[in-house]
Design a protein around this ligand. Structure first.
Ligand code: NAD
Length: 302
């Protein structure tokens, strides 16, 4: 890959929460670009970003920030992407590279195609860092969030190769590893590996919390259930947006899961121990295999 000199480039990060703030801080600390500026619609987040030195400059005027930018990283809740693109579009410099962090890609891509010109679309590199945490906001940002984590890029048919190369170079400069994936495939894979598990965690914790007779369950919560509650502490707005943006893929995997759950219910109802053992055994084998892959690659999961 040919490296571009990014020393004279200005990176604009739009949305200075966990994902945007961490990216800004990592790029600034590594000297990946000449200057890092940040924009957020929330004045407290802008103040926090300056106080924590996540950016060289915090800008409250989006238009001024966009006019100064050579590369723009959008890290707002997915359903805010379209309005941000609409506000930025008239002020983009020719050639400015755009990328984003949205956890579902199909809707972001249709938003980009609806709002950007053909030339601007050619500079858009949709992306999704497979890294994160249950905490959100500027105070949760950390410089090493992406070290040894995978970043999935889902270039559109019209995305230019040099734009993909520049975004790849930025992520690699802060210790991340790039995978390229088709847009629909990304949304199917993430529906199964990330969106469904979060849905199950939200649902289980909500169901048990509603049942006041079960308050003891929280008292004795350990191991597995504690992990569910940790996942269920994720930001409701962010997850609302993800499920609204990825409904088709999530419904497919939910239906598959519900059918399997129904079979397991039958096994419990009919004391079918063989069926249960085969499901638990297969799951354990899959988990052992997965752990091996992770330790071989020394990559971290989300
Ligand atoms: P966050 O809540 O920590 O940060 C979002 C920031 O965007 C906030 O500072 C908020 O003030 C700002 N914002 C919201 N609407 C805005 C608007 N219209 N204009 C400008 N700023 C606006 O959220 P996050 O966890 O950083 O997630 C950001 C994006 O990254 C989401 O699209 C999410 O799907 C994606 N993502 C999150 C994770 C994760 O684990 N948190 C992982 C991968 C990808």
């Amino acid at each position: 890959m040919t490296l571009t000199n990014l020393n004279d480039k200005t990176l604009l990060v739009v949305g200075l929460g966990l994902i945007g703030g961490s990216f800004a801080m990592a790029c600034k600390n590594h000297g990946s670009v000449g200057r890092v500026i940040g924009y957020d619609r929330d004045a407290e987040s802008l103040k926090g970003a300056m106080a924590r030195k996540l950016v060289d400059h915090a800008e409250s005027d989006l238009m001024a920030a966009v006019q100064a930018a050579d590369i723009i990283f959008i890290a707002v809740p997915i359903l805010a992407t379209r309005s941000i693109l609409t506000l930025m579009q008239p002020h983009l410099k020719p050639g400015t590279v755009l990328t984003d962090a949205g956890s579902a890609k199909g809707m972001v891509v249709s938003d980009a195609r609806a709002v950007l010109t053909v030339a601007q679309c050619a500079r858009f590199v949709p992306g999704h860092p497979i890294a994160g945490a249950e905490r959100s906001g500027v105070m949760a940002a950390k410089a090493d969030l992406y070290v040894n984590h995978r970043i999935i890029l889902t270039p559109m048919a019209e995305t230019e190769q040099d734009a993909v190369a520049m975004v790849t170079q930025l992520w690699e400069s802060i210790g991340s590893h790039i995978d390229i994936m088709a847009i629909d495939h990304h949304d199917d894979v993430l529906a199964a590996t990330s969106h469904l598990p979060h849905l199950l965690a939200f649902n289980l914790v909500d169901t048990l919390a509603k049942n006041t007779e079960n308050s003891e369950i929280f008292h004795y919560a350990a191991g597995g259930f504690r992990d569910f509650t940790r996942i269920a502490a994720s930001d409701p707005t962010m997850w609302h947006d993800i499920f609204m943006a990825n409904r088709k893929s999530v419904l497919l995997v939910m239906d598959q899961y519900l059918a399997e759950l129904h079979q397991l219910r039958n096994a419990v109802a009919h004391a079918d121990g063989d069926y249960m053992k085969s499901v638990f055994g297969n799951a354990k084998e899959a988990r052992d295999h997965f752990s091996q892959i992770l330790s071989d690659r020394q990559l971290k999961d989300e």
